[in-house]
Design a protein around this ligand. Structure first.
Ligand code: FDP
Length: 341
């Protein structure tokens, strides 16, 4: 039986040619990472993602489902895999001589693995995003962003969105993928279990501009502001933008899975600031959720905003800062920003 390359659906443009040359992540990084030290660090991150993918696969067999008694810096109960995935990141990356600091969703304080030094790398990461989906076997992922220390001072450790060197995520779904950007384009790699290597399968991913799906936790509707109320109501009525047709709705409650779908199939993802989460500044975390995803979506031709300004320009003042997140097809993001102004 011969297997055909998938046919485009929902206006999807991210289809790889069946005869595409096989390029491994290692070969790709040698050509695209710019600095050998950055390539090394991304290999460490990829290796962490490979290990986490294996842990996720066997979590029921290993007795790693359910919750622990531990609470993370955000007051959320940690799953065993949240803790294990964080340990994997620390083990895989901290031996890297060019890395100074780790900012993890699961750890209150910044971890200094080497003294602060201008040009050394800072890795901000969420080791296991969407972990509330683990026990129900839905897709989860890891998100990361790499930046450089701007000075020898530990005070300058918080990344600035415009200076990120690289952002990416791994998605642990029916297959494990690693999606990366250095800022100019987005490339996706699929884990080949037969060789334990990531292989380029989705070169130059672009957010399809013809959006027809939106993703938001509708159970929070009573807390939304007028702009979000009216955008969602227009999506449902089919009155948004030039397309004049009703949107389908998808919400996986796993940001990695929702953003990955938008890169492949288009649409909009919203986790806005609302009356209930406003005091905290929103729900999603700026440095290891919003900013890396914003960099990826923008590099893929989409848009990302907190409602007022591009997400990439939101200034971090604390490691675990939260923000409003609205990202996806550029036309939709422009509409929402215009409605806010
Ligand atoms: P989780 O808490 O399971 O890690 O950042 C956290 C996140 O999931 C996102 O991945 C997801 O989009 C969102 O929270 C889900 O929020 P709701 O519980 O409000 O649906």
């Amino acid at each position: 039986m011969s297997i055909q390359a998938p046919k485009p659906s929902h206006g999807c443009s991210n289809i790889w040619p069946a005869d595409m040359q096989r390029i491994t992540l290692t070969e790709y990084l040698a050509r695209n990472a710019g600095e050998a030290a950055l390539a090394d660090l991304i290999e460490c991150i990829a290796s962490a993602c490979w290990s986490i993918s294996n842990l996720v696969n066997v979590s029921a067999l290993a007795g790693h489902q359910g919750s622990t008694d531990e609470i993370n810096p955000h007051g959320e109960v940690q799953k065993p895999l949240d803790i294990l995935a964080d340990e994997v990141f620390v083990r895989s990356c901290s031996a890297n001589a060019n890395l100074s600091a780790l900012i993890s969703e699961e750890v209150e304080e910044i971890t200094w693995v080497n003294p602060a030094q201008t040009g050394a790398y800072v890795l901000a990461y969420d080791p296991l995003d969407g972990s509330s989906n683990l026990d129900v076997d839905l897709s989860v992922g890891s998100i990361f962003a790499v930046s450089k220390l701007r000075s020898d001072s530990a005070e300058d450790v918080l990344p600035n969105g415009r200076n990120l060197l690289c952002s990416g995520y791994a998605i642990y779904g029916p297959s494990t993928m690693l999606v990366l950007t250095f800022g100019d384009q987005v490339d996706g790699f699929t884990l080949d279990d037969s060789t334990d290597s990531f292989v380029l399968t989705h070169p130059n991913m672009k957010v399809p501009q013809q959006a027809c799906e939106f993703a938001i936790n509708v159970s929070r509707q009573r807390h939304w502001d007028e702009t979000i109320q009216s955008y969602v109501s227009d999506c449902l009525k089919g009155a948004v933008g030039p397309r004049q047709k009703a949107f389908n709705m998808r919400w996986t409650a796993s940001m990695v899975a929702d953003v990955h779908r938008i890169l492949i199939r288009g649409g909009v993802f919203l986790y806005p600031i609302d009356a209930e989460n406003a005091a905290a500044g929103g729900k999603l975390r700026l440095l290891y959720e919003a900013m890396p995803m914003a960099m990826i979506v923008e590099a893929g031709g989409g848009g990302a905003t907190d409602g007022r300004i591009p997400l990439i320009d939101v200034v971090a003042t604390t490691p675990h800062q939260r923000t409003s997140v609205i990202l996806g097809a550029r036309e939709e993001i422009d509409l929402i920003r215009a409605a806010y102004s």
